[in-house]
Design a protein around this ligand. Sequence first.
Ligand SMILES: *Cc1c(COP(=O)(O)O)cnc(C)c1O
Length: 370
Amino acid sequence: MEFRDLKKQYQILKPKMDQAVMEVMESSQFIGGPKVKELEERLASYVGVKHCITCGNGTDALTMVLKAWGIKEGDAVFVPSFTFFASAEVVSFEGATPVFVDVDRDTFNMDVHSLETAIKAVLKEGKLKPRAVMPVDLFGLPADYDAIQQIADKYDLLVLEDGAQGFGGTYKGKRACSFGDAATTSFFPAKPLGCYGDGGAVFTNDDETAAYIRSLAVHGKGEHKYDNVRIGWNSRLDAIQAAILLVKLDAFEEYELKGIDQVAQWYTEFLKDKVKTPIVPEGYTSSWAQYTITLKSEEERDLIITKLREQGIPTIIYYPKPLHRQTVYKNHKLYVPCPVSEELSRTVVSLSFDPYRSKNLITGIVDNLF
Ligand SMILES: *Cc1c(COP(=O)(O)O)cnc(C)c1O
């Protein structure tokens, strides 16, 4: 069994997908062009923001926003400790300091109390300048943007939504990747909306940020490609990936998002009396990048992983180490304790999952568990 069955998805989309890729090959317009433009317009309108700028991957998307905002050495960016490494890496890459914040046990997302405590600790120390907060929509569930925005306003911080896993989720009727001052996503194949390689995008309503990022992504271009006004780099989504994403976006909107929500409901129905199943609070919907259960102990988790593995059913631990425990950050100052991030890294496991599962298949997985 595949953890996320991308082969099955391709088999279903194959006629349209092959056609779309062939069209790009026949047009021989591989970089930029009408497919990329069409995709950016569709993504911006789906999310509900003015600008969408596609780029090479989700990590570049985050990096470009930080650069556009001039985040640099001496600046503090508040990042949850329980997330994928890239969320903090991009901050360090700019020479700024990621300040780790704990997460909420039920939503796995940034804990706003921990955030405010961390901001106060940084201000009290007086060495770093708080500049931005980077909430992550972990496992497909948007963070608590109203509460985060309130704190950001209070301390004059920019908000960058890391929506790499959040695309398709909603919060109080608004779509993920529309929150804060800018948002990013990733089209890595296993994300809610994935392409057949690497890809990413930045979303913003701010004209200036958008123009700056369009320049950064093409060698710091000015009026045109051979007019260079700043140091940038090369980060573009190619036309074949854009064509693939246009086909996938149709499926995503028409039935995949509904499909995966149904599969999640089956899991929850079968598992809720036995383990802690994911919580989607009132006012939120998840795009279910992962279906992640929480066990009582590391031992119980190991037992479940082993039982499933014996039946050929894969599981993945997202994430086995909170970021503040990563080797590269071992001498990094921790401004607030992150006990929940540590606990979750010992007790969570994500189950094999995608929109193309039948109820029987889910029953089969669950029956192997207990
Ligand atoms: C995947 C991911 C990224 C990075 O995206 P890439 O396209 O792999 O560079 C960043 N943040 C989070 C939370 C992610 O899950």
